[in-house]
Design a binder for this molecule. Structure first.
Ligand code: FAD
Length: 385
């Protein structure tokens, strides 16, 4: 009987296990996770769940019995320390081993850190600890005005804390959305009373707050660092798999070894539509990439070409983003951005390469179809619908 091993019991890993069974795989499935919790989804950790809304049980990918019911051996609190490609085994810290016929690496990413203490937000434990600290804090300093930083700022305001955000870029979400839409988020937070300081880099977290690169010190009861995450590529690199920013895969999510696959945050996969490799650190990529890798492991023909998709909720702003803004030349709006009910389209060469719907719903399929089609659009039509 074949044994398929999945290292990393996050969303990508759990969804891969589910797909293996749904597609009729009747061999052994071993899902190994370093955390103590069964697979769960991370988006609520900086949104509802952090704000004390919603039940803990709602964050999990599957009910507790699902693993036994589907003959998925879930091994939690266990870290794989080595992959031995030639022997087809993974090893653990105590020297014990788990053989595999095929292996999926879905080890996700880990927050980038600054020197000194400080709170980080990746796991449900981080979230629950942060929720308590927010309840006790008067002042919160957030390092990083990207998704996690801004969502945490919204949660901290909801907890009635005074909030300061420091960010070295000229505005919020500058790399993800560009300055125009980044400013929109910055203004929203400013209206909610957040003190945003751009062009300001934190060098070190201290017991009393933050020391900036300029030498200036900012005091706060609580410092939360959200400066991005680094893919967990160590295992793959040490094993000799091809790794650049992430674990390199083709469009079928196959790594440089024929029996090893990668999916989710850790994978840097060739994207047929973009004609280059992308590493996508978004929930939807784990949700769909895990299953795609599973089908590929089963020998099905797979060309994973989902358009990157992301969503966020901050105060009264809910949005969905599709595509990639790289190289954009202009933005066309349908609706007034100040009304917080609009669609923004990023264009390059007259074609839509990315779209963001803010408080406008059920349009993602249309936006993605527009991106996928690569047609030159009539801008007037685009802006009026
Ligand atoms: C707070 C937060 C909020 C987010 N909000 C959004 C959002 O609103 N929208 C959105 O699109 N995306 C969001 N994301 C991103 C999204 O959650 C990730 O893209 C997604 O979790 C990636 O899933 P994954 O399975 O690839 O990796 P992960 O969820 O990181 O899971 C990987 C698992 O592998 C384990 N692991 C690592 N190494 C080993 C090892 N050697 N042995 C065993 N286990 C190992 C890790 O402990 C981890 O549990 C958010 C992320 C965070 C942290």
């Amino acid at each position: 009987m074949a044994t398929y091993v999945i290292v990393g019991a996050g969303l990508a890993g759990a969804k891969a296990a589910q797909t293996l069974r749904e597609e009729g795989f009747d061999g052994e499935i071993v899902l190994i996770g370093a955390e103590d919790e069964r697979p769960y989804e991370r988006p609520p950790l900086s949104k509802d769940y952090l704000q004390g809304k919603g039940e803990r049980e709602q964050i999990f990918v599957h009910p507790p019995d699902w693993y036994a019911d589907n003959a998925v051996e879930l091994r939690l609190g266990l870290r794989v320390t080595r992959i031995e490609l030639d022997h087809h085994v993974v090893r653990f810290g105590d020297g014990s081993r788990q053989p595999y016929d095929k292996l999926l690496v879905a080890t996700g990413a880990t927050p980038r850190r600054l020197p000194g203490p400080g709170s980080y937000l990746r796991t449900v434990r981080d979230c629950e600890a942060l929720k308590e600290r927010l309840a006790a804090a008067q002042s919160v300093l957030i390092v990083g005005a990207s998704w996690i930083g801004l969502e945490t700022a919204a949660a901290a305001r909801a907890a009635n804390c005074a909030v300061t955000v420091v960010e070295p870029e000229p505005t919020a979400l500058n790399r993800a959305l560009g300055p125009d839409l980044g400013n929109l988020f910055a203004r929203l937070h400013a209206r909610k009373g957040v003190d945003l300081r751009f062009g300001t880099a934190a060098a070190e977290i201290t017991e009393a707050g933050v020391r900036l690169s300029s030498g200036e010190r900012l005091a706060a009861d609580l410092v939360v660092v959200g400066i991005g995450a680094a893919p967990e590529v160590g295992l793959a690199r040490d094993a000799g798999l091809d790794v650049e920013h992430g674990i390199l895969t083709d469009a079928a999510l196959r790594t440089s070894h024929p029996d090893v696959y990668a999916a989710g945050d850790v994978a840097e996969s060739f994207h047929p539509l973009y004609g280059r490799r992308l590493r996508v650190e978004h929930w939807a990529n784990a949700l769909h990439g895990g299953p795609a890798a599973a089908r590929s492991m089963l020998g099905q023909e797979v060309s994973y070409d989902r358009i990157p998709y992301f969503y966020t909720d901050q105060y009264e702003l809910g949005m969905e983003f599709s595509g990639d803004i790289e190289g954009y030349e202009e933005i066309v709006y349908r609706g007034d951005p100040e009304s917080l009910e609009f669609i923004a389209y990023w264009l390059r060469g007259g074609r839509v390469i990315a779209g963001m719907n803010v408080n406008v719903w059920d349009v993602v399929d249309d936006i993605q179809e527009l991106i996928r089609s690569g047609v030159i659009v009539d801008q007037k039509e685009l802006s009026t619908g």
